[in-house]
Design a binder for this molecule. Structure first.
Ligand SMILES: Nc1ncnc2c1ncn2[C@@H]1O[C@H](COP(=O)(O)OP(=O)(O)OP(=O)(O)O)[C@@H](O)[C@H]1O
Length: 208
């Protein structure tokens, strides 16, 4: 049997003397989409930050391709795209400039795909408009355009559909499924009901 891509065992995390989860365990295989569920404040963002290496305030084991993430940190980070709660878009820059800046940070990405990615997320005609004068949903779309340019094996996405309209959510869901079909894996949180329930593995933090 093939090793899981990501294996979490006996994870414990507390914040402000409140236990968020204890004994949390799950594994993610290649090509799997996993939705982390739980009530507000249950620790979903905290968990995603731990999994992405942004927080070390936990106990337990996290393995990437069978090795402790502590031992393969560089390889793990190179294989990861983390999409945080905030859109991470610079208001003074245009959508095109934001994506150019993103490409400069991640040389594996193709600058030639920027216009295509902006087109796919419905921002044709807005390429040169400063992001501070775009709507919340449009700013979120600038951020989501990065997913169309990134084939990292693991996507960790925190509330990627916030402020996105229904049609946009459907397109994004399809993008996640396409990524999984190509052998990528996805861990996400969302308060949206995903249309594609089949094939989505769920982990509910309220149970831990
Ligand atoms: N850096 C921190 N310091 C102190 N407490 C924190 C910190 N980060 C998170 N918390 C607390 O941990 C709990 C879990 O927060 P978290 O943002 O992970 O929840 P969530 O499940 O993502 O919530 P939501 O569904 O509302 O987005 C909250 O009670 C929060 O106040």
């Amino acid at each position: 049997m093939s090793k899981p891509l990501l294996a979490v065992t006996d994870l414990f995390c507390e914040r402000e003397e409140r236990i968020l989860f204890d004994g949390l365990a799950f594994s993610l295989k290649q090509g799997e989409v996993m939705q982390i569920e739980g009530r507000n404040g249950s620790g979903k963002t905290t968990l995603l930050r731990i999994l992405s290496g942004l927080s070390a305030q936990y106990e337990g084991s996290i393995e990437w391709r069978g090795e402790s993430v502590d031992n393969v940190r560089d390889e793990f980070l190179a294989d990861l795209l983390y999409f945080g709660h905030q859109p991470g878009v610079k208001g003074m820059l245009t959508p095109q400039e934001n994506l150019r800046w993103y490409c400069a940070l991640h040389p594996a990405l193709q600058r030639s795909k920027i216009d295509e990615a902006l087109g796919v997320v419905g921002l044709t005609g807005y390429e040169d408009v400063p992001c501070h004068s775009l709507s919340a949903g449009q700013n979120r779309r600038v951020s989501l355009a990065r997913l169309y340019m990134n084939q990292a094996p693991l996507w960790i996405l925190d509330e990627p559909f916030t402020a996105i309209d229904k049609k946009g959510v459907a397109a994004m869901e399809q993008l996640l499924l396409d990524h999984a079909q190509r052998g990528g894996s996805v861990i996400l949180t969302t308060h949206h009901d995903l249309a594609a329930q089949q094939g989505v593995v769920k982990v509910n933090l309220d149970s831990f």
